[in-house]
Design a protein around this ligand. Structure first.
Ligand code: DMJ
Length: 402
């Protein structure tokens, strides 16, 4: 199944038939954890059942980060050509989405017919292909893959405001912003992440510069200190004025990227806010107002970002407080989310009510970062790999030079 339902002990498929998101997202976690039997079983399921020649419309972004990312890391870890063949086939079927006047992709594409839909997209769903399609370029020696997705990401960058900030939604046909609120979380997050990581993985200087310019503005306009910690607020991209002091589970990745990019002091400050968000509510809510402490979305769908940031900060500082933070978060997940057949998302962090859902990113990311936080550093060397946004490790060609 694409996702598991731990309470009813059933499964859920996003598009009627299964694209095997659970085994694809879990495969490299099994490998890293040394669960060889489970890794073998997942691989067998994938090769026996994964078929992209189906008349189904899929969401480009999700299929890319989970399936394309998982298949590519599967190829690099196992050397099995079938993983790469599946990734190339999927890539071909996603490409028609990029045929727009701006080069920024539609949100949905039919895998068989190439028919596209939904021109109102956002930076994350436009710019989160650099790592995966860059890998396709590396393995096929065809530069088109990377060129197409790099153009898409830079079209967002080109449309940044005078304050060097993007908005939240944009029309990919006209290039006009629809929602001009700027923030670091949902619908923007991995656009920033991939600009920086395209530099790490491929040495792309233009992407690095775009990340640095955006990041300077994030720090200038969004980073906000309140008594409970440092958070990133939401502002209007043009005026830079605060629109809504909301922060949430998805925003928590930012401390990790800061740590990875070497800005350890800011990362530490942001992680303090992240930890406050987790401990103040027993488990982190999807979204809350950091000025009033009011929760605006009480769910916790087993997200990884807070633990992910503990992992990067610990790797960078070896400060035990990040181990303790991670231990507390993992303990809360074990205590509050464990069911007889897996781990369930929380419907309301205040009441503790669970919901019958276990997204595949719990396998790909949450469990992997939890494990790696306490594992020996040789288990995974950050000089040798870059994680895609679904925590699929992709091999770096060269080691870091700066
Ligand atoms: C994952 O699918 C990816 O990390 C994505 O970038 C946004 N968040 C979810 C997990 O929270």
């Amino acid at each position: 199944y694409d996702a598991l339902k731990p309470i009813s002990r059933k499964g859920h498929n996003w598009y009627g038939t299964s694209f095997l998101m659970t085994p694809v997202d879990a495969y490299d976690t099994f490998v890293l954890l040394g669960l060889d039997k489970e890794a073998r079983e997942a691989k067998e399921l994938i090769f026996a059942g994964l078929n992209f020649d189906v008349d189904k419309e899929v969401q480009l972004f999700e299929v890319n980060i989970r399936l394309m990312g998982g298949l590519l890391s599967g190829y690099e870890l196992s050397g099995d050509q079938k993983f790469l063949d599946l990734a190339k086939d999927l890539g071909q079927r996603l490409l028609p989405a990029f045929s727009t006047p701006t080069g920024m992709p539609f949100r949905y594409v039919n895998l068989k017919t190439g028919k596209t839909r939904d021109s109102i997209s956002n930076p994350a769903e436009i710019g989160t292909y650099l790592l995966e399609f860059g890998k396709l370029t590396q393995y096929t020696h065809d530069s088109t893959w990377y060129q197409v997705v790099k153009k898409a990401a830079l079209e967002v960058y080109k449309r940044r405001s005078d304050n060097d900030l993007p908005g939240t939604t944009i029309n990919v046909m006209t290039g006009e912003w629809r929602n001009t609120e700027s923030q670091i979380g949902a619908r923007i997050d991995s656009y920033y992440e991939y600009l920086y990581k395209a530099w790490l993985l491929f040495g792309d200087q233009e992407c690095r510069e775009a990340w640095e310019i955006h990041n300077k503005s994030i720090k200038k306009f969004l980073l906000t200190e309140v008594p409970s910690g440092v958070f990133c607020t939401r502002v209007d991209m043009k005026s830079g004025k605060e629109t809504n002091p909301l922060y949430g589970a998805l925003d928590a990745y930012y401390a990790g990227i800061l740590a990875l990019s070497g800005d350890v002091q800011t990362a530490r400050n942001v992680q303090k806010g992240n930890y406050y968000m987790w401990t103040n509510f027993g488990i982190e809510p999807e979204e809350f107002n950091f000025r009033t402490d009011q929760i605006t979305d009480p769910s916790y769908p087993l997200r990884p970002e807070n633990i992910e940031s503990c992992f990067y900060l610990y790797r960078n500082t070896h400060d035990d407080q990040y181990l303790r933070m991670g231990q507390r978060m993992i303990g809360d997940i074990l205590k509050k989310c464990k069911t007889k057949a897996g781990y369930a998302a929380v419907k309301n962090v205040q009441t503790g009510e669970l919901t019958d859902s276990m997204e595949s990113f719990f396998f790909a990311e949450t469990l992997k970062y939890a494990f790696l936080l306490f594992a020996s550093e040789q288990t995974l060397d950050l000089e040798k790999i870059v994680f895609n946004t679904e925590a699929h490790p992709l091999k770096r060609k060269t080691t870091k030079t700066d």
